[in-house]
Design a protein around this ligand. Structure first.
Ligand code: S3P
Length: 171
């Protein structure tokens, strides 16, 4: 089974992916981490600062292509994968796509608590514009939608497992 977690920054994709992978005995893969490992950069912020978003998106597309045919994995994506059809298409192939939904206000609160603020959250007004642009895209690619506004990781995990059982996704 290939599970792909999508959603805006702050939606908890990485934490949920790690826990879900353990629960289902699958491998957890974090796209941003994989991108850093293969490109040799120290951080996503460094890539944006030195080479800009466009370059980051090229690296992200390369990673997405490497994930196309994987099985038995839970993939935590970067929040921007839905903006490029070429990137989201290989990720979605033969997978169950789970959208961790939240409001912009919740995203803002969660992201601003982090030690490192992601490059596309450094300007709050621009971040909100991105959020609005992407909401319908996340929904369009999702097989399962989990509203994470008022719940923590444990509850999100429970809800996901219930949905997976319901959906007969061929586990
Ligand atoms: C991005 C989200 C980040 C990271 C990069 C761009 C985005 O990942 O890929 O900073 O465009 O929303 P997270 O969603 O894991 O924070």
């Amino acid at each position: 089974m290939k599970i792909v977690l999508i959603g805006f920054m702050g939606s908890g994709k990485t934490s949920v992916a790690n826990r879900l992978a353990k629960e289902l005995n699958l491998k957890s893969i974090d796209m941003d981490e994989m991108l850093l490992q293969s490109s040799g950069y120290e951080s996503i912020n460094e890539i944006f600062e030195k080479n800009g978003e466009r370059y980051f998106r090229i690296l992200e597309l390369e990673v997405a292509r490497r994930l196309e045919d994987l099985k038995d994995v839970v993939i935590s994506t970067g929040g921007g994968v839905v903006s490029n059809k070429k990137t989201i298409t290989p990720l979605c192939k033969n997978s169950v796509v789970i959208y961790l939904k939240l409001t912009f206000d919740t995203a803002r609160k969660r992201v601003l608590e982090k030690k490192i603020i992601p490059p596309l959250f450094q300007n709050i007004i621009e971040a909100e514009k991105l959020f609005i642009e992407r909401e319908s895209l996340y929904a369009a690619y999702a097989d399962i939608v989990i509203d994470t506004n008022k719940i923590g990781i444990n509850e999100a995990l429970e809800k996901i497992i219930v949905e997976l059982e319901k959906g007969k996704y061929g586990r």
